[in-house]
Design a protein around this ligand. Structure first.
Ligand SMILES: Cc1cc2nc3c(=O)[nH]c(=O)nc-3n(C[C@H](O)[C@H](O)[C@H](O)COP(=O)(O)O)c2cc1C
Length: 163
């Protein structure tokens, strides 16, 4: 016996998360981003994180091909960035629309500038799991900034402490 999809979704929505954007340079100079809240810390030695990627996401083949990705943790006022990167498909010039700037790790992995934290990762493993693939990333470099996190809880964004 398994729970129904609506019950599962409703129950899991009660787990509050931050919001990240996963970025991959899929062609030289071309960066694709995907909003993800499945981000979790896995291990300290070595430093590992994971993200879960829907099999329908355009991001999936890019991660398999490039094996390098950035994770940017959004600040409380960056809901528009989350919504933008939650739209399916490729886009032209997100930088123009949202005034986004990318920063590069020492090895050239792109993350979003002016976010709360940025991690540059290489794919250390991937595991098929239901309708998602779990990508484990080894963190090459990390950078943090001042600010407050954007939160996601029960299907909605929150900008302050939850009640
Ligand atoms: C708050 C939030 C969190 C999300 N987390 C994930 C996630 O962890 N994994 C995932 O595959 N999709 C997640 N999504 C959905 C993707 O962002 C969305 O399907 C996106 O369009 C996929 O991009 P792509 O197909 O252009 O690569 C999330 C969406 C939102 C709004």
């Amino acid at each position: 016996m398994t729970t129904s999809a609506p019950t599962f979704r409703h129950a899991l929505g009660h787990f509050a998360t931050g919001v990240t954007v996963v970025t991959v340079e899929y062609q030289p100079g071309k960066i694709h981003g995907m909003t993800a809240n499945s981000f979790t810390s896995v291990s300290l030695h070595p430093p590992l994180i994971l993200i879960c990627v829907d099999h329908r996401a355009l991001m999936l083949p890019f991660l398999h091909e490039q094996k390098r990705f950035g994770v940017s943790v959004l600040k409380s006022h960056q809901r528009a960035i989350s919504e933008f990167f939650a739209q399916p498909g490729l886009y032209d010039d997100p930088d123009d629309h949202l005034k986004l700037r990318y920063r590069r790790s020492p090895t050239g992995i792109p993350t979003l500038d002016d976010t709360l934290a940025q991690l540059s990762c290489t794919v250390a493993g991937h595991h098929l799991s239901g309708d998602h693939t779990i990508f484990v990333g080894e963190v090459e470099s990390a950078h943090v900034a001042e600010g407050h996190p954007l939160l996601f809880y029960r299907g909605r964004y929150h900008h302050r402490a939850l009640k």
